[in-house]
Design a protein around this ligand. Structure first.
Ligand code: AMP
Length: 374
């Protein structure tokens, strides 16, 4: 049953990373209190929480404590223990349920859900062992990509196979989990749609973003995506189809490939606010974080509207110093840093959002700033 959670009540968040932090900041604007469960002491989310529970995500006593102090519980990442979340949903109010986490934790169940919703995916096979890969590879043509079914992110747990000679490169992946092997999609653009839905079935998409990856890590999101209007509408339709099929409550980020002819193939799902939606904090009337909080608190959703074209650029560990040295030069940039102590190479430390009248000029400005040259 959908409950309404009111300001002054407490939202519990499993996970204390940057997504939890930005959810918490949005919720605090409306006067909610925040409890965060996170094993590390000084986490981005913990820094802005009213109540910090420092313990592993699957710690029974800690989950009970979170249930006790929270009026509603949400999560900021999908790799939480499904059984633990299921138990938690029996003793606390978890409007998103545990099912979506089960589905999106595993590429096999995720692909099945996308297909059952009536949306297109790349041709793929499930392979349990390296020997099964060898025996069945002829059913998928080269180039193809082997991906671990569980636990991969930012290109980790993946191997591109250009020809049969590359097959041995995929052998190690099978020590992690079952894998899928997937045909390479000759996409012209990667886009993502963040769809959000409340318990009454009211749903909206944030404007479609175009994603540019560098070394498999999201580098920039450009909004609106530089695709045809009809492709953008089709992308939103696909996201709504999946959201309705899974009876979404909260947020689902749908990553998609756009083909030369404007066709769309769904790549993967994330059941939470997404890095590619950070632009919405400044560039939209309702950010993905505000809308997420509205959805899990049973509030009516607000129809997203883009104030201006915008570009979000990720700030990784190696970009922190050059960015800090350049702050004075770019007064129009919105700078977000997540409060992480250690700026390790490729670690997501923050992001910059730039609203602009001219996307191409701003892309040029970002490039020539030299901040992201490493
Ligand atoms: P994933 O972890 O599935 O999001 O994959 C990471 C990145 O690898 C994607 O953003 C794409 O750039 C690339 N990629 C993944 N799957 C495919 C595919 N089937 N065809 C082409 N590129 C892919």
């Amino acid at each position: 049953m959908t409950k309404i959670i009111y300001p002054g009540q407490t939202i519990g968040i499993i996970g204390g990373g940057q997504l939890g932090r930005m959810m918490a900041l949005a919720a605090k604007e409306a006067g909610f209190k925040i409890a965060v469960l996170e094993p590390s002491m000084d986490s981005p989310g913990g820094q802005v929480a009213d109540v910090r529970i420092v313990a592993p995500y699957d710690d029974e006593a800690a989950l009970e404590e979170l249930a006790e102090v929270s009026d509603v519980i949400t999560y900021e990442f999908e790799n939480i223990d499904y059984e633990g979340l299921k138990r938690l949903s029996q003793m606390a109010y978890v409007p998103q349920g545990a099912e979506l986490v089960r589905i999106t934790q595993d590429r096999v169940t995720e692909k099945e859900a996308i297909m059952n919703a009536g949306c297109p995916v790349a041709p793929y096979l499930v392979v349990n062992t390296y020997e099964e890969l060898l025996a069945n590879i002829d059913r998928i043509s080269y180039p193809c990509i082997v991906k671990t079914a569980r636990g991969g992110y930012d290109g980790k747990g993946q191997q591109l196979l250009k020809s049969a000679e590359d097959l041995p490169l995929a052998k190690g992946l099978f020590s992690h989990s079952q894998c899928i092997v997937e045909g390479f999609v000759p996409f012209v653009k990667e886009v993502s749609v963040i769809v959000q839905r409340n318990g009454n079935g009211e749903s909206y998409c944030q404007p479609v973003g175009e994603n540019i990856h560098v070394h498999h890590i999201l580098h920039e999101t450009i909004v609106p995506a530089r695709i045809k209007e009809e492709t953008s509408l089709a992308a939103e339709r696909e996201a709504f189809k999946i959201a309705d099929y899974i009876n979404l409550v909260g947020t689902l980020a749908v990553e998609m490939f756009v083909l030369e002819d404007g066709g769309i193939v769904i790549n993967e799902l994330a059941p939470r606010p997404h890095n590619s939606g950070h632009y919405s904090i400044e560039a939209c009337n309702v950010s993905q974080f505000h809308q997420h909080i509205r959805a899990v608190c049973g509030w009516p959703l607000c129809k997203p509207q883009l104030w201006a074209p915008s570009i979000m650029v990720n700030v990784l560990g190696q970009h922190v110093m050059p960015l800090s040295n350049s702050i004075a030069k770019y007064p129009e940039w919105s700078i977000h840093l997540y409060g992480k102590a250690e700026a390790k190479v490729n670690r997501k430390m923050g992001h910059v959002t730039i609203m602009t009248k001219n996307l191409e000029e701003t892309l040029q400005q970002i490039e020539s700033s030299g901040i992201w040259s490493e």
